[in-house]
Write a protein that binds this ligand. Structure first.
Ligand code: SF4
Length: 268
């Protein structure tokens, strides 16, 4: 008689974006879910601070963080998409560089993915796989953890906030079209080479008289030419946000122009 194959144990997975929330969740669950597998879908266009932060986190967790990479560059997918830049409405980058590598990594295994949506943002849904073998859990919602708690988890671990929060409000690709105009200015000052690369991507189709821009309604050339004005506006906005009750700068930065839920995989 043929023995039935033993059933594979359910896999427990936590995807890190290099953002504060998924990092705090990994720290929070490190001892609660010892069988956790950590992964990071590296788009190949991550900020240097993000990569450094993931390395630090890996040391803290004491387990490898599996780097998922399609082995193909952003340019490859850009070409496949007719050299049309991804946009909020046509977000092929998330699908190709984040979701597909994750689903391939899981395969047909039964898996639970732990999503770092907080209790104070429980209206958001995050990435939900259409694959029936993957289900989601939301520990911060279950345990009523909010923004303050996340900071506390990061601070008390000694890891603290990712460094890019000094100049940018979220993780993700250096050219992410969700970044604010002032963040583009900051990118141009901190990482001129990356900014220049992003600027070059806007050049596709220009010879046909069409302009595709990362930042809505404005080419990066034009944007950076008025960097003084953009910075002054951002400062005024910070002052106005700081006066609003119960809303700190970080919160205002991370919540005021958040993308819709499809992209939480890049930023949590
Ligand atoms: S971070 Fe932005 S550009 Fe990068 S994959 Fe996510 S949505 Fe696309």
């Amino acid at each position: 008689m043929i023995e039935p194959k033993p059933k594979k144990p359910v896999r427990h997975l936590l995807g890190l974006s290099g953002g504060k929330d998924s990092s705090a969740l990994a720290i929070y669950l490190r001892d609660k879910v010892p069988e956790m597998e950590y992964f990071f879908a590296d788009t190949g266009a991550e900020l240097p601070e993000t990569l450094e932060f993931v390395d630090v986190l890996e040391d803290y967790l004491g387990k490898p963080i599996k780097r998922l990479n399609t082995g193909r560059s952003f340019e490859h997918y850009l070409k496949l998409n007719g050299n049309f830049l991804p946009t909020a409405k046509s977000r092929w980058c998330t699908s190709e560089l984040k979701i597909k590598p994750f689903e391939e990594y899981v395969g047909s295994d039964e898996a639970i993915t732990y999503v770092a949506i907080r209790a104070d943002e429980s209206h958001r849904q995050g990435y939900l796989s259409s694959k029936t073998n993957i289900s989601a859990r939301y520990p911060f919602i279950e345990d009523e953890k909010n923004e303050e708690d996340i900071r506390e988890i990061l601070d008390s671990s000694g890891i603290g906030m990712p460094k890019y929060y000094e100049w940018r409000s979220r993780s993700g690709c250096y050219f992410c079209f969700f970044q604010r105009k002032v963040e583009w200015v900051n990118l141009s000052e901190r990482y001129p080479i990356l900014f220049e690369q992003a600027r070059k991507y806007e050049e596709f189709h220009r010879d046909q008289g069409r302009t595709h821009t990362w930042s809505q309604g404005e080419r990066l050339d034009d944007l950076v030419a008025r960097s003084g004005e953009i910075k002054a506006n951002a400062e005024q906005q910070e002052i106005a946000d700081a006066k609003k009750p119960k809303k700190r700068l970080l919160e205002s930065l991370t919540q005021s122009d958040r993308p819709d839920d499809g992209c939480l995989m890049c930023i949590l």
